[in-house]
Ligand binder design. Structure first.
Ligand SMILES: Cc1cc2nc3c(=O)[nH]c(=O)nc-3n(C[C@H](O)[C@H](O)[C@H](O)COP(=O)(O)OP(=O)(O)OC[C@H]3O[C@@H](n4cnc5c(N)ncnc54)[C@H](O)[C@@H]3O)c2cc1C
Length: 271
């Protein structure tokens, strides 16, 4: 045995981190790419059944390295990231679907152009390629609300679809979803007492906040409000929910999904 072989310690990864591999990649609609990624044991990524849109921090490989380096764990189990010039990019994505039989998750990426590292990576993702994933987390819905208002732009469509798949058939309320055009609409499981409205507008338009505000303060006061949208739009809705409707924090989950002109990491999600 050589000295090298005796000294090579196994690499230890943080407990909640997995290196996933791309299993499939398909275009769901012209501007949405579904990348199915596989991990060794999906049960370790288990989510509460009433998770309101579980999301992962995905570590997107850098395009300028022959081999991507991933976080390791120190003696206390804490993550140690590679140095900045070899560090993967961190981007937040919802889980569209868990498939426990094949230990996979579907993640739907909006293709918003070349300037986004995650969008660019997803558009060209190859089978077998590696991507890092931190364990999903989500707000849990503790008590069944009288009604739901779920509102989001294109980037929130995967999370809204996930939530709808698990809502009781008796759920009532409003769904407001803004996508660029009719080609980006998707078939969703909508309980009969919920009203779905598709809004068509590109990412520079705010059709969502006016649509939420038009529901009226009275309709929102009884509701559980869930929003995922561009930061300025979320801010408008957040102000309305707090000031006009007096919605308590446990009934309003309004996230900045992205922020115009800024890459993820340079703003907060408003959580
Ligand atoms: C909890 C949570 C869940 C999310 N789930 C999803 C999901 O399931 N699918 C999904 O596609 N996105 C989702 N997002 C949004 C996604 O994280 C951001 O869009 C992210 O910025 C994309 O990273 P990027 O590397 O492509 O672009 P970045 O490098 O972060 O940004 C580069 C540039 O692109 C702009 N940009 C970013 N996103 C968009 C967009 N959608 N349209 C137009 N311009 C944009 C930025 O303003 C910036 O100027 C989620 C965000 C959060 C907080």
């Amino acid at each position: 045995m050589t000295n090298d072989e005796t000294s090579a310690a196994p690499i230890v990864r943080p407990e909640n981190f997995r290196i996933a591999t791309v299993l499939r990649s398909e275009r769901v609609t012209p501007r949405m790419q579904r990348v199915s990624v596989q991990v060794d044991d999906l049960s370790r990524f288990d989510c509460h059944p009433r998770s309101m849109g579980p999301h992962v921090h995905a570590l997107i490989p850098r395009g300028d390295l022959d081999r991507q380096e991933w976080p390791t764990a120190d003696a206390r189990g804490h993550a140690v990231y590679p140095p900045p010039e070899r560090r993967p990019y961190v981007r937040t994505y919802s889980v569209r679907k868990f498939d426990y039989a094949e230990n996979s998750m579907d993640i739907d990426f909006v293709l918003h152009g070349d300037e986004g590292v995650a969008s660019r990576w997803a558009a060209a993702a190859r089978i077998g390629e590696e991507v890092g994933l931190w364990r999903p987390h989500a707000r849990i819905l503790e008590a069944e609300p009288k009604r739901y208002v779920l509102a989001g732009d294109h980037t929130a469509l995967p999370a809204i679809a996930f939530i709808l798949d698990r809502l009781p058939q008796t759920a009532a309320g409003d769904l407001l979803i803004m996508v660029p055009d009719a080609w980006e609409e998707q078939a969703l499981r909508v309980p009969p007492a919920m009203t779905l409205t598709w809004l068509h507008g590109d990412a520079s338009q705010d059709l969502l906040a006016p649509a939420v505000l038009a529901l009226g303060a009275q309709a929102l006061r009884d509701a559980y409000l869930w929003v995922g949208a561009e930061a300025a739009i979320s801010r408008r809705i957040r102000a309305f929910a707090r000031r006009e409707c007096g919605l308590p924090a446990e009934r309003a989950y309004i996230l900045n999904y992205w922020k115009r002109g800024m890459a993820e990491g340079s703003y907060d999600h408003g959580e």
